[in-house]
Design a protein around this ligand. Sequence first.
Ligand SMILES: Nc1ncnc2c1ncn2[C@@H]1O[C@H](COP(=O)(O)OP(=O)(O)OP(=O)(O)O)[C@@H](O)[C@H]1O
Length: 318
Amino acid sequence: MEKIIEVEGLTKKYGDYTAVDNLNLSIAKGEVFGLLGPNGAGKSTTILMLLGLTEPNSGRAKVCGIDPVQSPISVKKKVGYLPEDVGFYEDLTGFDNLVYTARLNNIPQDQAEQKANELLEKIGLGKEKFKKTGKYSRGMRQRLGLADVLIKNPEVIILDEPTLGIDPTGVKAFLQLIVKLSREDGITVLFSSHLLHQVQQVCDRVGIFVEGKLLAQGNIKDLSAQLFSTNSFVVQGGIKPLKLNGSENTVPVEKLSDRLKAIPGVAQVSFDDQKFEIQAEQDVTHMVSQAIVQAGYGLTFLSKKEFGLDDIYSRYFQ
Ligand SMILES: Nc1ncnc2c1ncn2[C@@H]1O[C@H](COP(=O)(O)OP(=O)(O)OP(=O)(O)O)[C@@H](O)[C@H]1O
């Protein structure tokens, strides 16, 4: 797979303090990668180094095959960067702001206007495009920021905490838009955030960043497998013998337990009276319920839990 962002041993120190410590990272074309970590973890510093806005003390980065230290201007042509707070000309409309950015990027006026119109529709600001940006809400500004980044046809977009201060409906629309861009236009997205659920919703892979170090990276399933052995699914339930056809059809609990253990992917089965817990590598709920009914029992309850980023995150901080 083509690599768009490659980072090896990247380190940044501020005096004696190491803000980014020997970072290794590789992001493929079209991937949505989440850089997840608490405040001060080093996410913004990493982004600044990828953009050539600050120099590393050691290590190297390549973005679209370009070294940002050697060619910061070339990198900026290929990478769109949306900072936490975007600045616009408040007295200009959304449309005029976009056209202005396009002109700065040497896009001819007629193409700039056409592209601005297309993008404003795409980000859902078609109706508000002739409103001055000074009157835009925070969510509208972030969406316009995304259009402002896209107008120069970047190969990569880097979003630093892009959803801060947007209401939940706006956040949902914004996240859907990011996924759409990646899937439809093959744009690679680096999404930096401390918000687990958002990262989980949109990112193909995640890197967990704490105190300048990347503690783990992978898709959510792999990360949870690393942390919770291979058993990232837990199915819990209660059973009761079915009396409909006479209790002679009901197999003993020990035998039921053996049948459950034989289900592919099941690692562990434990019973406590008429309640059970099953740990599995994958979602086995449907096979568990079938085995229970076939053994002559009814289910009094059945619930499943899949370890998510919350569990992964809190496990790292324990
Ligand atoms: N210019 C600077 N001079 C000195 N220290 C800095 C500078 N910039 C960042 N730091 C420190 O480096 C560490 C990493 O900061 P960074 O902004 O990269 O973290 P972050 O993960 O992006 O957090 P946030 O989400 O709060 O922006 C922090 O401890 C911060 O105080």
